[in-house]
Design a binder for this molecule. Structure first.
Ligand code: UD1
Ligand code: CA
Length: 482
């Protein structure tokens, strides 16, 4: 807890968000790997408040379940009817015992770009100026829909906030708007909320009225203008959702680049807020870095790859591939056109090559699966080579079974390993084998029909065909030479 840590942060997230035209509650829509409310909660947590409460209402069960899903559950307050932002804050304070001593920060759950830094600066200004309320404002190019900040023309002091729907034409021309983010003195807030009325165009309790109530009671009212108006973008529809995603992505890529990651084409690269990386990682165009993905030093990923919840080891290379919950060891190579599914663990300098799919498979150091293969439910030792077009036959229609292959093996092309089966160390298998029985270390396994040549079959069974003519020409040619 720092010197300016607020006593509480109240996040308003009870509204439905009808303009999203969605089955999903607005605050659960996602950008950059987190829900809208998840971004707001993450920013709020940076302030290390004593209490953090999210006011839920519309689809409250779904929103509450989401907030409790992570490893750090969030306290919620229930607002049964959405009677306005003032009413919502009242419900939040009730959850905290009705009033809170110290600073209370209020933020909306639909402003995902708001940073912890901006919230902290607001809290600091609020404390330094000893205000009863400090509102975060911004000058925006288009203030349609927002509450307008009305200032005294003589002193410049904020006198009130007027909602768009209640504003005069003159007030609508004001470009300074209410971000919806406030710092309050906790006890004055509780008292003023009791005085908020509903005589406005929407018949709601407006939180914004608290500002004029406090000012008229002789308390200090302040405003802090946000440096970047884009930070307070509130999401009401899918156009704004896309715009927020673009801005958030730009911010996250900037952070990665300043930390030493090369992003070859920022415009075609997506990165989640939860992705981590080390210096000199390189990301090629058309790549999505998602979830808990980590890029090791000197690793190189893309182009055109989806890398989700994947550990990419130092110096590893992933090319035109999809990887999900996989671990790629240092110096390993993946792709082009590989699909690593959950539970794939590639050892140091191993390889999952072209058109290779893996699932729940542990591949040892230096082991290679270079071409056209499916490796599911398997353990393969070190320095083994799996021939092209091999399939680990792991499913009998009822249950999945495991295949184990040892170290320093050379398995032939087009092998089927019918699980459960174990192949020892240093084993060779013949091309085209269907391995159904365990193979002892050091053996050559051959599991295919003997080849039989039926000579003259084409001339007898397909007389006069092009094949027969070709066969005859070649035997005459051979005769001529002899
Ligand atoms: C609000 C502000 C407006 C400001 C704008 C910034 C008020 C009266 N107006 O308007 O001055 O410019 O935000 O984006 O405060 N909510 C509840 N319960 C309710 C009503 C709303 O929890 O009963 C939540 C919503 O889920 C949302 C937030 O409060 O997260 C803001 O509500 P919204 O309806 O979007 O307010 P605006 O009309 O945008
Ligand atoms: Ca809004």
């Amino acid at each position: 807890m720092s010197a300016t840590s607020p006593a509480a942060v109240v996040v308003l997230a009870a509204g439905e968000g009808t303009r999203m035209k969605s089955k999903t509650p607005k605050v659960l829509h996602e950008i950059s790997g987190r829900s809208l409310v998840g971004h707001v909660v993450a920013a709020a947590r940076e302030l290390e408040p004593q209490h953090l409460v999210v006011v839920v209402g519309h689809a409250s069960e779904q929103v509450t379940a989401h907030l409790n899903a992570g490893d750090a559950p969030v306290r919620t307050a229930f607002q049964a009817e959405q009677n306005g932002t003032g009413h919502a804050v009242r419900m939040g304070l009730e959850e905290l015992g009705g009033t809170v001593d110290g600073t209370v920060i209020v933020v909306c759950g639909d402003t995902p770009l708001l940073s912890g830094g901006t919230l902290g600066a607001l809290a600091a200004t609020h404390a330094a100026d000893a205000n009863a309320v400090t509102v975060l404002t911004a000058e925006v190019p288009d203030s349609t829909g927002y509450g307008r900040i009305v200032r005294d023309p003589a002193t410049g002091a904020v006198t009130e906030i007027v909602e768009h729907k209640d504003a005069t034409d003159e007030q609508r021309a004001i470009r300074e708007i209410n971000s919806g983010v406030f710092a309050f003195d906790g006890s004055l807030l509780a008292d003023a909320l009791g005085k908020v009325r509903t005589d406005n165009s929407q018949g709601e309790e407006y939180l914004t009225d608290v500002l004029s109530i406090l000012r008229e009671a002789g308390h200090r009212v302040g405003a802090s203008v946000a440096g970047d108006h884009r930070e307070i973008l509130g999401i009401n529809n899918r156009l704004q959702l896309a715009e927020a995603r673009r801005l958030m992505n730009e911010r996250l890529l900037e952070r990665a680049m300043l930390a030493g990651v090369t992003i070859v084409d920022p415009a075609s690269t997506l990165i989640d807020a939860t992705v981590t990386y080390e210096r000199d990682a390189v990301v090629h165009p058309g790549t999505q870095l998602l979830g808990s993905t980590h890029l090791g030093e000197d690793s190189e990923v893309g182009p055109n790859s989806r890398i989700e919840d994947t550990l990419v080891g130092a110096g590893a290379r992933v090319d035109n591939s999809v990887t999900l919950s996989a671990e790629i060891g240092p110096g390993a190579t993946v792709g082009p056109y590989a699909y690593l599914r959950p539970g794939t663990r590639l050892g140091v300098r191993s390889k999952a090559g072209t058109y290779v799919e893996m699932k729940n498979a542990t591949i040892g150091e230096g082991t290679k699966v270079p071409h056209l293969s499916y490796v599911g439910d398997a353990t393969i030792g070190d320095h083994t080579n799996i021939g092209a077009a091999s399939v680990f036959v792991n499913y009998d229609g009822v249950a999945k079974h495991h295949t184990t292959i040892g170290s320093h093996c050379r398995t032939g092309s087009d092998n089927m390993f019918v699980a459960p089966v174990t192949v020892g160390d240093g084993v060779y298998t013949a091309a085209g084998s269907v391995i159904t029985k365990d193979v002892p270390s050091g053996s050559l396994a051959v599991a295919r029909g003997q080849q039989r040549n039926i000579e003259g079959w084409v001339a007898r069974k397909r007389p006069g065909s092009a094949a027969a003519q070709a066969a005859q020409a070649s035997s005459q040619g051979a005769d001529g030479e002899s």
